[in-house]
Design a protein around this ligand. Structure first.
Ligand SMILES: Cc1cc2nc3c(=O)[nH]c(=O)nc-3n(C[C@H](O)[C@H](O)[C@H](O)COP(=O)(O)OP(=O)(O)OC[C@H]3O[C@@H](n4cnc5c(N)ncnc54)[C@H](O)[C@@H]3O)c2cc1C
Length: 384
C-alpha cells in the first residue's frame, strides 16, 4: 500500500494510545485518518510489554475517574469492538507493611468508595488466611477491589486497529515519522522516511518516545523513559484458583496468575532513565530474592519468559492530554506505568478534544502540558 500524501489527521504511534485515538476519531465520523507505527507490528512498544493489569485502585480523583470510565469500556469491548480481550476479574490486593501507607491507603480507599469504586479493606490476619502460601507476617492491612484484574493488551490494540480499518482508517507499520512539519506556529504534516504527508492535525501517541517526537515539533514534553521488567514461571500447581493480583506496595513487588504459573515483577527505584529495553540480570536477582521471601515455593519453579519495557514517566506520574503550544499538534502520553488500562478512555477523550475543542466524558483539563511550566502538578501515590 502506498502512503497517502494528505490526511485529515495523522496519529503517530501504534500502541494502545494511538490505536484507541484512531478508532475513536473514526467512530466520531472522521474518515481520512492515518495511523503510523515505525515497528514491523502494532503494539510492540510499552503496550506489548505491559503486565496487563487493570485497576480502580488509584489515589487521585482524576485517575479513579479515568478507571471508572475505562474499565467498563474494556468490559464492553467484545460487544462493541468485536474482539475477545479475556478480561479476568481476579482483583488486586495491595499489601501494606508500614503505618504511613496504612494511613494513606485508608484515606485513598475512602476516596475510591466515595467515587463508586467499591474497594474493600482487609486486616493482616484476613489476608494471611486468604494467601497461606505467602509469608505475610509483616503485613498490617491491605486494600482489595474484586473488579480489578487482567486484560490481554494485544487484543485491545488489534481490536481497535481492525475496527478503525473497517471504518476507513489507513494504518501503516514499518513507517517512522522523522520530522514534524510546521508553518510558523502551526503543524502542517509529518515527514516519514522520504515521504511528506500534509495534515492539519498530528497526534503524538509515541509513549516513552514522546519526548523525542515532541522535540521534532519544537516542544519540550517532560517524558522520562524508565525501564521496568518482569518474568513468568512454569506451572505452580499449588496456586489456588482465587489467587489475586498481589502487590507488596512498599517494595513495588507484584505477582499475578499467568498461564498455569505466575508473572512477577519489581520496580527498580534506582533505574536510570534511558531507552535500554534489555533485561537487567542483576536486578532480576534482587527481584527474585524478594519474590522468594514472599512466596517461598518460587524457589522450586522454572522461568518461562522475561520481558523488559519502558514506562513513560511524567514529573507528577499523571498523563498529559490535549493541545500544545503548536496549533494542531496534540499529545496523549505520560501514563507513568498504568497507561494500558486507561487507553480506551484516553482515545475517546482525545477524539473529543480534537473534534470539539474539549473533553466532556471526563474533565482532563488539569492534565494539560502547561501544568508543568505553571506549577500545577498532581502527585499520584499508587505507582507500582
Ligand atoms: C514492564 C511494564 C509493565 C506495565 N504494566 C502495566 C499494567 O499492568 N497495566 C497498565 O495499565 N499499564 C502497564 N504498563 C504501562 C503501559 O504499558 C503504558 O502506559 C502504555 O502501554 C503506553 O501506551 P502508548 O501507546 O502510549 O505507548 P507504546 O505502546 O510504547 O506505543 C508507542 C508507539 O509509538 C511508536 N513510535 C515511537 N516513535 C515513533 C515514530 N517516530 N514514528 C512512528 N512510530 C513511533 C513505538 O514504536 C510504539 O509502538 C506497563 C509498562 C511496562 C513497561
Amino acid at each position: 500500500m502506498i502512503l497517502p500524501r494528505t490526511a485529515e489527521a495523522i496519529v503517530v504511534g501504534g500502541g494502545v494510545m494511538g490505536a484507541s485515538t484512531a478508532y475513536h476519531l473514526a467512530l466520531a465520523g472522521m474518515r481520512d485518518i492515518l495511523l503510523l507505527e515505525r515497528e514491523e507490528f502494532f503494539g510492540t512498544g510499552a503496550t506489548g510489554r505491559c503486565a496487563g493489569g487493570v485497576r480502580y485502585q488509584f489515589a487521585t480523583e482524576i485517575n479513579i475517574r479515568l478507571s471508572l470510565e475505562s474499565l467498563p469500556m474494556l468490559e464492553r469491548f467484545k460487544e462493541e469492538i468485536g474482539q475477545e480481550i479475556d478480561y479476568r476479574k481476579i482483583g488486586y490486593i495491595f499489601l501494606l507493611t508500614n503505618q504511613e501507607d496504612v494511613i494513606n491507603f485508608k484515606r485513598i480507599v475512602d476516596q475510591q468508595n466515595h467515587l463508586g469504586a467499591q474497594t474493600q479493606w482487609l486486616n493482616g490476619a484476613e489476608i494471611q488466611r486468604w494467601l497461606p502460601l505467602m509469608c505475610l507476617k509483616d503485613v498490617i492491612a491491605g486494600s482489595f477491589n474484586p473488579r480489578d484484574g487482567l486484560v490481554d493488551p494485544n487484543g485491545v490494540v488489534m481490536g481497535y486497529i481492525n475496527a478503525a480499518q473497517r471504518m476507513g482508517c489507513n494504518t501503516f507499520t514499518g513507517t517512522s515519522v522523522t520530522s514534524i512539519l510546521r508553518r510558523s506556529n502551526r503543524v502542517v504534516g509529518v515527514k516519514t522516511q522520504g515521504e511528506e504527508i500534509s495534515s492539519p492535525v498530528v497526534v503524538d501517541a509515541t509513549g516513552p518516545w514522546a519526548g523525542s517526537t515532541g522535540q521534532m515539533a519544537g516542544l519540550e514534553i517532560p517524558i522520562t523513559p524508565l525501564r521496568r521488567q518482569w518474568l513468568t514461571t512454569t506451572a505452580i500447581h499449588e496456586l489456588p484458583p482465587d489467587f489475586p493480583f498481589v502487590i507488596d506496595f512498599a517494595q513495588s513487588l507484584y505477582f499475578h496468575p499467568e498461564g498455569q504459573g505466575l508473572l512477577t515483577g519489581m520496580s527498580n527505584p534506582h533505574e536510570k532513565p534511558g531507552f535500554n529495553q534489555n533485561i537487567d540480570p542483576e536486578w532480576e536477582l534482587v527481584h527474585l530474592d524478594a519474590a522468594i521471601d514472599r512466596l517461598p515455593l518460587l524457589e522450586s519453579v522454572g522461568l518461562i519468559s522475561r520481558v523488559a519495557g519502558l514506562y513513560e514517566v511524567t514529573p507528577d506520574a499523571h498523563p498529559i492530554f490535549g493541545k500544545t503550544p503548536v496549533e494542531g499538534y496534540y499529545i496523549v502520553t505520560g501514563f507513568s506505568g498504568h497507561g494500558f488500562m486507561h487507553g480506551p478512555i484516553a482515545g475517546m477523550l482525545m477524539s473529543e478534544i480534537i473534534l470539539n475543542g474539549r473533553a466532556s466524558t471526563v474533565d482532563v483539563s488539569m492534565l494539560d502540558l502547561a501544568r508543568f511550566s505553571e506549577g500545577r502538578l498532581i502527585q499520584e501515590y499508587n505507582v507500582v
